[in-house]
Write a protein that binds this ligand. Structure first.
Ligand code: ZN
Length: 120
């Protein structure tokens, strides 16, 4: 099987197994990518969200050093659509997992996404 075939298969699997969860479509404001540069340790990382202002320098923890606050923070709106567009290249599921990534053994995969109140 060619690499492109495997990638296409992985993309389709990701779409099917990861339905929108966390916030309802009525709360979605679009698709945003926040770029952070940690001033403590220098790590650069991107964080995707459906909310424009959910992730800020004062409430985001650096995945490398665990600190917060001292960041250079960038944000780009990838989409202003308030509902998921399966055909768009700007949806988060198009960017995560990164192409060619391996599923890691510490993954915790729930059969059914939990609701915010803990119910299934
Ligand atoms: Zn850091």
């Amino acid at each position: 099987m060619k690499t492109d075939d495997l990638r296409d298969q992985a993309d389709q699997t990701t779409v099917l197994k990861n339905p929108p969860a966390g916030i309802s479509e009525s709360q979605r404001e679009g698709v945003f990518v926040n770029g952070f540069i940690c001033q403590h340790c220098g790590l650069h990382f991107n964080l995707f969200s459906w909310k424009a202002n959910r992730h800020r320098a004062d409430n985001t923890f650096c995945p490398e050093c665990g600190r917060r606050g001292a960041y250079i923070h960038y944000r780009k709106m990838l989409s202003d659509k308030t509902c998921r567009d399966e055909s768009s290249q700007d949806e988060i599921f198009r960017h995560v997992p990164w192409p060619g990534s391996q599923l890691m053994s510490d993954s915790v995969i729930m059969a059914t996404p939990q609701k915010k109140d803990g119910r299934k």
